[in-house]
Design a protein around this ligand. Sequence first.
Ligand SMILES: NC(=O)C1=CN([C@@H]2O[C@H](COP(=O)(O)OP(=O)(O)OC[C@H]3O[C@@H](n4cnc5c(N)ncnc54)[C@H](OP(=O)(O)O)[C@@H]3O)[C@@H](O)[C@H]2O)C=CC1
Ligand SMILES: CC(=O)N[C@@H](CCC(=O)OP(=O)(O)O)C(=O)O
Length: 349
Amino acid sequence: MSNAVRAAIIGATGYGGAEVIRLLQAHPFVQITSVISTSSAGTPLADHFPHLQEIVVDILDELNVELIAGKADVVFLATPAGVSAELSPKLLAAGLKVIDISGDLRLKSREDYEKWYKRTAAPEAALEQAVYGLAEVFGDEVKGSELIANPGCYPTATLLGLIPAVKAGWIDPSTIIIDAKSGVSGAGRGVGLGTHYAEVNENFSAYKVNKHQHIPEIEQALSRVAGHPVVTTFTTHLVPMTRGIMSTMYATVIGEHSTEAFTELYRQFYEGRKFVRVRNSGKMPATKEVSGSNYCDIGFAVDERTGRVTIVSVIDNVVKGAAGQAIQNLNLMMGWDETTGLLFAPVYP
Ligand SMILES: NC(=O)C1=CN([C@@H]2O[C@H](COP(=O)(O)OP(=O)(O)OC[C@H]3O[C@@H](n4cnc5c(N)ncnc54)[C@H](OP(=O)(O)O)[C@@H]3O)[C@@H](O)[C@H]2O)C=CC1
Ligand SMILES: CC(=O)N[C@@H](CCC(=O)OP(=O)(O)O)C(=O)O
């Protein structure tokens, strides 16, 4: 691969970083040239993730911008909130393309970021430059860009499920309620009481109610599409499973639109976009049916009795909700087919 794009992954010892590495191993135009850790530099990646045995470079590098610029063309940041806000401007200044999987560059308003993330926001210039990489909706802006704010896992499932209906004016945005559930890998690899086996197994809990950092991200995108400010109710739940997000959304239908009509509207909206699969009329998707893949599957049911539609959208949080969509965005940035290296079936059962 002499003309391959050289990729570095920061946060390689975490779930998102490991998934970027797993997927890039099979990418025909990308070569991994650096896997980076702040806590374990000098040790083999396989000590942390024995499933990643055969990558070309397997000793973890330290985090050093000059070192990265000498080895790579593009950098994936799979790092906790706060890291990219400081690091991305330095990586860009060193001539690198940056794909940030964290939430640091998604909100255009510094004030919103500081309110919801409770951290110092990235510099204004970086926020202005960052393109929100919801590939199936804003993919045209991703093409040729240098800095991508990869969408959050919940916003990916939710926005892909809502945007066509909002854009068409078929649902009243002020009535939207989003009921979302995630598997535990969404919380990352770090240990904590909230993800302890005995706390999560055989349990089902709501968390961060009205406080979740993805609320402003969802509202920002819906407002942009609707053309006026939209606020929503968004509740997240932790499910005792490893991967997967299901976002169940309710809204009042404007006008007369059947389940079949919604199905057709979404099929037209996502025509030619391989990673969104609209289920046959009235059929609902399940998380296992997208597990390990870059697909987002969507189903609908209009209730004529209440005048509301129920929209169910599922993704794998680590793939379409993070690493897979990040690589889809790299494909778009580079002018490659967006599906390059990503067209594999889900793992089932
Ligand atoms: N898990 C998921 O499903 C999704 C996660 N995200 C976001 O992606 C990011 C990564 O998530 P995830 O992989 O789950 O988290 P993990 O906790 O599993 O991994 C994060 C990694 O970041 C590294 N890190 C920690 N501090 C620093 C630092 N100061 N500088 C550089 N690297 C650091 C750590 O590695 P080391 O200590 O070795 O440097 C760690 O392995 C987060 O912002 C998360 O919110 C987004 C969508 C979905
Ligand atoms: C199950 C679980 O805890 N999920 C995490 C998802 C975090 C995430 O992806 O955070 P950013 O998108 O903001 O980077 C959460 O709800 O906070």
